[in-house]
Design a protein around this ligand. Sequence first.
Ligand SMILES: [Zn+2]
Length: 129
Amino acid sequence: MAPKQDYIKKMELRKQRKIDAGVVSERFPRISNMIIHMTYFHDAENSVLMERTVNIFPTSTADFNMECMIRGCDNGGFNLNPLISTLIKQNKKLAKGSMKCKGKLENHSSTHANISYEINIKYNKQSSI
Ligand SMILES: [Zn+2]
């Protein structure tokens, strides 16, 4: 496939995934706001690649699959979806941890990228269900 077509296909897949995921207010109605802070590391001497903070609102897409920032990484990324679902189920407000990218990248070791994350969740006060 030509690179451009490949790119368009990827964008369409991403769009579809967002539609499938729905919005936060539907999937997680108890969330009033959530902050995901991530530090991206890569396999290099100066290992911090970037820092990123994502603010999640009830109107945001309920898809917390973060992309791998390394160019050419195939099928990689950091899927925070299972973790966030679990946190919400357990009424947890804070989570910290790290995750490795499992994507494949030519000429790179399997540890080409990882993140450390901190997730802060705020719940709606009125819902004491
Ligand atoms: Zn990757």
